[in-house]
Design a protein around this ligand. Structure first.
Ligand code: NAP
Length: 273
C-alpha cells in the first residue's frame, strides 16, 4: 500500500507519513535511515539541531533512490535566526546533507525572546523563490506566532510541525492553521513512545488486528495530519508504515479524539530560546 500525499500551498506534495530522526545518534544515522529507506519510507525529517544531517545525506546518496522520490525536511537552528544567518544556516544544512535543495525548510522554534522569526521567515521566502527550499514552513508556532508571520509575509507557511498526539491534540493551532491553508504535521505522534494507556484503544487495536502504535498513526492519518514517527528498530519502522490496509470507523476515530488532555511532553514554544 502506498503512502498518500497531501497537497501543500507551495504547489508541492508531501508524503503523509515520514520518518523522524530526532535523538538518532549521529554515528547510527546512516544505518537507521538506510533501514528506513529499505523498509519503504520516502520522507525523512531531520534538523540542524539533531546533529545528524550528514548521516541522513549519506544514506540518501548510498540508496540509489532518485532524489525526486525522497522528501527531505530540515530545520533552522535557533541560534541562526536573523536575516543573514538564516541563509548561512540553511547553506550549512544543504552542505551537511550533500543536497542541492530540500523539500521543506522549517523555522524550528519561534524563539520569541530573540524577536527574529519574522526576519528569518522573510529570508526563507528568498530560498523558496530560488528553489533551494521547495516548500517553506514553521514548527512549534502557536496562532499568535503564525499571525505575526502571515501579517508580514508574501508566502504563507506550507506546514506547521507541532507536538501532537492523542493526549495533546493542539486543536487551536491546528484549526487556525487550517483556516490559513497551513498543513499540520504531528511531531512525537506516538507520544515519544508512551503511546496511550487506554482499554478503549486497546480494543480498537484488537478489533482491527493492529498494534496500538498502528492504530494511533492511523488516527493521525484519518485526522489529516502528516506524521513522522521515529524508531531505530527496523521491525518497528515496518510496523509504523503498515497502516494503509485498514480504516478506523468514525466511532473509533472519535474514541481516540476524546483522549485529549492538553498535556504537552515537550517545551512550550514561548519558552524556548
Ligand atoms: N519540530 C520539533 O520541535 C520536533 C520535536 C520533537 C520531534 N520532532 C520530529 O518528530 C519525530 C518523531 O517524534 P519523537 O521521536 O519525539 O517521538 P515518537 O515518534 O512519538 O516516538 C518515538 C519513540 O517511540 C518508540 N516507538 C517507535 N515506534 C514504536 C512502536 N511501533 N511501538 C512502540 N514504541 C515505538 C521509539 O523507540 P525505538 O526508537 O527504540 O523504537 C521512540 O522511543 C522526531 O524524530 C523528529 O523528526 C520534531
Amino acid at each position: 500500500m502506498s503512502v498518500p500525499v497531501i497537497e501543500l500551498n507551495s504547489g508541492r506534495a508531501i508524503p503523509q507519513l515520514g520518518f523522524g530522526v530526532y535523538k538518532v545518534e549521529p554515528g547510527d544515522t546512516e544505518r537507521v535511515v538506510t533501514d528506513a529507506l529499505e523498509v519503504g519510507y520516502r520522507h525523512i525529517d531531520t534538523a540542524s539541531m539533531y546533529g545528524n544531517e550528514v548521516g541522513v545525506g549519506a544514506a540518501i546518496a548510498a540508496s540509489g533512490i532518485p532524489r525526486d522520490e525522497i522528501f527531505v525536511t530540515t530545520k533552522l537552528l535557533n541560534a541562526d535566526h536573523g536575516a543573514r544567518s538564516t541563509i548561512e544556516g540553511f547553506e550549512r544544512s544543504l552542505e551537511a546533507l550533500g543536497l542541492e535543495h530540500v523539500d521543506l525548510y522549517l523555522i524550528h522554534w519561534p524563539c520569541p525572546e530573540r524577536g527574529l522569526y519574522v526576519e528569518s521567515w522573510l529570508s526563507m521566502e528568498g530560498l523558496f523563490a530560488d528553489g533551494r527550499a521547495r516548500s517553506i514552513g514553521v514548527s512549534n508556532f502557536l496562532p499568535h506566532h503564525l499571525r505575526a508571520v502571515t501579517d508580514a509575509a508574501t508566502v504563507v507557511p506550507a506546514v506547521n510541525q507541532i507536538e501532537l498526539h492523542p493526549y495533546y491534540q493542539q486543536r487551536e493551532a491546528d484549526s487556525f492553521g487550517r483556516e490559513q491553508g497551513i498543513v499540520t504535521e504531528a511531531w512525537s505522534p506516538l507520544g515519544r513512545g508512551s503511546l496511550v494507556d487506554d482499554p478503549g484503544v486497546e480494543a480498537i487495536a484488537g478489533a482491527n488486528g493492529k498494534t496500538l502504535a498502528q492504530v494511533i498513526l492511523r488516527w493521525h492519518i484519518q485526522r489529516g495530519f502528516v506524521v513522522i514517527p521515529k524508531s531505530v528498530r527496523r521491525e518497528r519502522m515496518a510496523e509504523n508504515l503498515d497502516i494503509f490496509d485498514f480504516e478506523l470507523t468514525d466511532a473509533e476515530v472519535g474514541i481516540i479524539s476524546a483522549l485529549d488532555r492538553g498535556g504537552r511532553l515537550g517545551s512550550h514554544p514561548d519558552e524556548v530560546t
